[in-house]
Structure formats: structure tokens, C-alpha cells
Design a protein around this ligand. Structure first.
Ligand SMILES: [Zn+2]
Length: 104
């Protein structure tokens, strides 16, 4: 059973030009959940993205942030059983950065 109705499926594939929304190069062949179903993600169109099989399989049940981190680290396989992602090589701010200081 498809996770989206045919109109939503057509809309999402058209929005990405038929390409995978993760790698933007391969032809998409299915809809993937941005927030995995295992993490409570819904079948809403706002949580679906066209994907190619290699990207969909490598993302598995990972969050987008974890998947991107693993891809950046050169991971070839990921998924729920993969080891934790390495810590980022840059310091992550603990407080939100204030870009526009309040007027004095
Ligand atoms: Zn892809």
C-alpha cells in the first residue's frame, strides 16, 4: 500500500522534478519519510519526500540530521542498527545565536 494518495504522490514527484530529494541526482522511485515512522513520523505530505532506493535504504530510520552527519562522515551504510554518528568536528553552540541584538 502506498503511503500517499495518487495526487499527493504526483505532486511530490513533480515538485522535485522526479529526482530524489536527498541526493538530487538519481531518479526517485518511492516516497520516504523525513521523520521516520519508527520515530512517530506521519504519512502527511509534509513528511514525505521522493527518494531513490540507495538513499532511502541508507537513511533507514535515522533522522535527517543523523543521516546527513553520517553521509558527511563518509558512511556507506546506515540505518537503525548502525553505530552512533560521530560528534561534529565543530563546536555546537549550546544557546541560540542572537543575530540581531536588541536596541539599547
Ligand atoms: Zn538519492
Amino acid at each position: 500500500m502506498s503511503v500517499a494518495n495518487p495526487a499527493t504522490r504526483r505532486y511530490l514527484f513533480a515538485a522535485f522534478g522526479g529526482r530524489c530529494g536527498y541526493c538530487l541526482t538519481a531518479t526517485a522511485d518511492h516516497l520516504d519519510h523525513l521523520v521516520p515512522r519508527a520515530a512517530g513520523g506521519s504519512n502527511s505530505r509534509f513528511n514525505l519526500i521522493p527518494a531513490c532506493t540507495p538513499c532511502g535504504r541508507s537513511k533507514g530510520a535515522l533522522s535527517i540530521a543523523d543521516w546527513v552527519s553520517r553521509q558527511a562522515a563518509g558512511a556507506t551504510t546506515t540505518g537503525a542498527a548502525a553505530p552512533p554518528a560521530p560528534a561534529p568536528a565543530y563546536p555546537v553552540p549550546r544557546k541560540p545565536v542572537t543575530r540581531h541584538p536588541a536596541p539599547a
